[in-house]
Write a protein that binds this ligand. Structure first.
Ligand code: HEM
Ligand code: CA
Length: 172
């Protein structure tokens, strides 16, 4: 129900070690009790995927916490590309797996991001999915309806580093 605090029904595990991430003990107290977080912790499905109103927040977080290593459009830099259909860790094709990798980190420079609130992680995940440029049939994280509605992300302002924020969620 609406007034029940978020409780993780699923066990979330570190992408490399498999260790229990103990979400309810290690996450920021803020941004936990949103409807989306509650739902995600029970189902492992991100309710923000392709929900337009949540994309600008996700983009903002991506640009401040991720793009320095993964590139402005997730095209890859010192970290791997996140906008294609190849995943080092195939579980990142699921929302639960992607969450575990972002929250708990992976190897080397990919540290944990539990400094971000759980709701922020869901918005940044939605943004990562939105940046996808690979074949739509390989986008396992989208349901059939989302696949039909998905339009390939268009890199606007490709050559202008300063002009991407708030602009790039529009589609060509
Ligand atoms: C790996 C997302 C921040 C460096 C990954 C992977 C994801 C991801 C999903 C796994 C990719 C795959 O399976 O192919 C994010 C997000 C971030 C973020 C959403 C922001 C919240 C960063 C930062 C750095 C970084 C700030 C650099 C300091 C790396 C590296 C890997 C990686 C080096 C490869 C790790 C491995 O293969 O074990 N990231 N990342 N990431 N990321 Fe990030
Ligand atoms: Ca990739």
């Amino acid at each position: 129900g609406l007034l029940t605090p978020a409780v993780a029904q699923e066990v979330f595990r570190h992408t490399v070690t498999g260790e229990d991430l103990k979400i309810m003990e290690s996450s920021q107290p803020g941004g936990r009790d949103t409807e989306a977080v509650r739902s995600f912790l029970n189902t492992g499905v991100n309710p923000y995927t392709e929900v337009k109103e949540h994309l600008p927040k996700g983009e903002e977080t991506f640009l401040s916490a991720c793009s320095g290593c993964h590139g402005h459009f997730g095209e890859g830099k010192i970290g791997p590309g996140l906008n294609d259909s190849y995943w080092t860790y195939p579980k990142n094709k699921t929302d639960k797996g992607l969450f575990e990798t972002i929250y708990g980190g992976a190897q080397g420079m990919m540290g944990p991001h539990h400094d971000l609130e759980l709701d922020e992680i869901l918005t940044v995940m939605a943004w990562v999915r939105h940046l996808y440029t690979g074949p739509i049939e390989e986008a396992d994280w989208l349901d059939d309806e989302q696949k039909r509605a998905f339009t390939q992300f268009a890199q606007k302002h490709k050559d202008d580093d300063t002009a991407c924020s708030g602009q790039t969620f529009e589609r060509a």
